[in-house]
Design a protein around this ligand. Sequence first.
Ligand code: ZN
Length: 304
Amino acid sequence: MDYGPALGKAPELLASAARGAGAGPDLTQGGGGNVSVKTGAELMLVKASGSRLGDVTPARGWALVNYGNIKRRIAAGSGGDAEFSDFILSQALPVKGQPPAKPSIETGFHSLLNTVVIHTHSVYANVLNMSAEGHKLGRELFPTAEFLPYKAPGAQLCAAINERAQPAAPQVFFLANHGLVAAHAGVEGALELNARVNERIKSGLGLPPFRPAGGGAGLSPANAALLARYGKSFLLSKVLSPDQALYCGPEALDGRCGEAENEVLAALFYILGCIEGLGLTPRFLTGPEIAYFDSMRSGRYNRK
Ligand SMILES: [Zn+2]
């Protein structure tokens, strides 16, 4: 059976959540970040793997999944990453009049949370997520939020979120070396919650304004200048996030890159600059964390 009219307003709601969440490169870079809307006890629309948030419309850029099955699978133990990722793909349902779309790898944790979930790689939240002292500072700003230590995106992260997810709204999760999750019963509430958290971090820490990278093909002048300051070997050996590992390899740092790589680099330099400016200590991924991520990348993990 193909789903279509039964989805009602959900595709429009998802598109407006995606527009709000993907509003700027300070919140999402490249294909990072995703949003979802649940339409009942079993069905959920979620950003498709490989789409940018800004490209999601009511007609495309999303997949329909049975999140009830995914939730039950996580509760029973999600198993290994490859198996879990195959299971998520197997829960995609056909939608009338739409080409088949693959759900994002991060569909797992969306399944566990409130009706509307906004997940971004916010540079402001990531100042807290990517520094050794950040989660302690974050708890002072957001006493009711959850702060999770680094978990590889996939089965491990879902298991950690499942342990902490409370059914009552609102839900805010800070994911170390990764990003921010805000979940709420409605789209407006979720977007407002997401915006409020970002504003509170900016004012609470006195963060400087974020400057977008600009430019298209090749390194933007701002990124090239900052790369010269930090050095290629520093950026290749000190990894703050899965996005850095995915987008900022030797080729990109040599200038063979486009908009997505420039966005990820600009975010990274902003975060490093803020951490330095606040006198905090960057928390880089450890050798085993990077090795685990590399093995996932060579398998099924893709640019969200
Ligand atoms: Zn993410």
